[in-house]
Design a protein around this ligand. Structure first.
Ligand SMILES: C[S@@+](CC[C@H](N)C(=O)[O-])C[C@H]1O[C@@H](n2cnc3c(N)ncnc32)[C@H](O)[C@@H]1O
Length: 208
């Protein structure tokens, strides 16, 4: 379970914040532009929330499993799939902190704004990589390192962003290849009289 924040409690109203919807659209666009997606791909979104990114991408994929450890988030995914008659998005509850995936099951594993909520990033990445098929791609979007001001009252986050350069090194050390990164979005928040800008990166790398 992510430290502190009760994501199930905010699931029903999650999509009401336009900045979340905009960010998810930017992440999905960047995934489509940088990763060759196709209708044969079996995909997993880790930390899907309400599926904001998944519902942008599912038509370009064979199937997406939306995984989250907040059951409330997955209920929203199921409601959206039903309402839109989407039959290639299903949910899976992650009831452990580190996901346990059947080995070599996915062509694409993606995640947006989740890693900074995860205590043990190293073990989480290893678990995700284990679930990738040979030739599969891991795609991670997250807040770049920030000064701690992004989350009001800290909300129990585990990390103040993630350094994409270190993440790329980590993925190469774990055996992935051709890791790359781009900035895909900038979240702007008003702090008193000042505006703070928080870049969001996309990092991706391939399993041999
Ligand atoms: C900031 S939200 C992002 C949700 C969604 N990806 C989006 O972009 O709207 C982080 C999500 O990650 C989920 N999460 C955090 N740690 C997790 C874990 N260990 N396993 C599965 N989901 C996790 C939370 O429940 C939450 O839904």
């Amino acid at each position: 379970m992510a430290k502190g924040k009760n994501f199930s409690a905010v699931a029903k109203t999650w999509d009401e914040k336009p900045q979340r919807v905009k960010l998810a659209a930017a992440v999905a666009t960047a995934i489509s532009e940088n990763i060759p997606l196709n209708r044969q791909m079996e995909a997993l979104e880790f930390g899907s929330g309400t599926g904001l990114v998944t519902f942008h991408l599912h038509q370009q994929l064979k199937h997406v499993t939306a995984m989250d450890n907040a059951a409330g988030m997955l209920t929203v995914v199921e409601e959206k799939a039903l309402a839109a008659n989407v039959d290639n998005v299903t949910t899976r509850h992650n009831d452990t902190t580190i996901p346990s995936l059947a080995p070599e099951s996915y062509d694409l594993i993606f995640s947006s704004m989740v890693l900074h909520h995860v205590g043990d990033i190293d073990s989480t990445l290893k678990a995700l990589i284990a679930g990738l098929k040979a030739g599969g791609v891991l795609v991670l979007a997250d807040l770049a390192l920030e000064d701690g001001s992004f989350h009001d009252n800290d909300q129990g986050v585990e990390h103040h962003g993630v350094d994409p350069v270190c993440l790329i090194d980590q993925l190469h050390e774990m055996g992935l290849m051709n890791a790359q990164s781009v900035i895909v979005h900038r979240i702007v928040k008003q702090r008193g009289l000042e505006q703070h800008t928080y870049p969001v990166f996309l990092v991706w790398a391939y399993k041999e």
